[in-house]
Design a protein around this ligand. Structure first.
Ligand SMILES: [Zn+2]
Ligand SMILES: [Zn+2]
Length: 227
């Protein structure tokens, strides 16, 4: 029987009683072993998420800083191999071990001089939430907040919108525009907004615009992997 046909609840029970097996190499011990983690972690220096030029800790570069509400985007790994598996497990099976490993990847990518007051997640659409029962980015963001000793709060809501897959950057930007809204006043705090996968940075940028408009002082982005 293929794994995806096993109900989620059973998979979660199985997860509790069996040791983790690495999603990359099937070695026992952890959902992502040290070797597979090292293979997936971004090998190039951190880059500006807008233009791809090298930049310390994923900070928006000098040219891009004036053009984006995001101070920077910290990314854990490439979206490939074991990390891709990890994110799919997180997205469709809510595996605790996958959430822990994904959190570790983000944590390792955060710049040392990061100063934020509160952590939030990029929300998924209400339709998606009803189908899945949880937001995979929130699973990571909540753990990350705990590890950083910071509060977690759902600061953003999301309108139901058409699926984004297969759209080019311009259509994607146009579609994302207006799909997020603030759930509360943010009152001068510095926010870290977490997503599972970053592609163009359009989603995180839109979140940062909404958060800034709702009173956030500064906004950093973070993602488990870069597509
Ligand atoms: Zn491995
Ligand atoms: Zn740049």
């Amino acid at each position: 029987m293929k794994g995806k046909f096993i109900p989620v609840v059973i998979r979660q029970l199985v997860e509790l009683i069996t040791p983790s097996v690495c999603l990359g190499c099937e070695r026992e011990g952890a959902v992502l072993c040290v070797e597979c983690t090292n293979a997936a972690v971004l090998t190039q220096a951190a880059v500006c998420f807008r233009c791809g030029r090298e930049s310390v800790g994923g900070r928006a570069c000098g040219d891009c800083a004036a053009l984006t509400p995001l101070l920077g985007v910290a990314v854990g790994a490439y979206y490939e191999g074991a990390v891709k598996e990890l994110i799919l497990k997180l997205k469709f099976y809510r595996l605790r071990a996958a959430a822990e490993a994904a959190t570790g990847l983000v944590l390792a990518a955060l710049p040392e001089d990061l100063h934020v007051d509160i952590v939030t997640a990029v929300p998924i659409s209400p339709t998606r939430y009803r189908e899945r029962g949880y937001n995979q980015a929130e699973l990571v963001a909540r753990r990350l907040a705990k590890r950083l000793g910071l509060p977690y709060s759902n600061l953003l809501g999301r309108e139901t919108s058409a699926h984004q897959m297969g759209l080019d950057r311009t259509s994607r930007l146009a579609q994302i525009k207006g799909s997020f809204y603030p759930l509360r006043e943010i009152g001068g705090r510095r926010v870290l907004v977490v997503d599972d996968v970053v592609t163009t940075g359009a989603t995180l940028t839109e979140c940062a615009e909404v958060l800034t408009a709702a009173g956030a002082d500064e906004v950093w982005g973070a993602a488990v992997a870069r597509h």
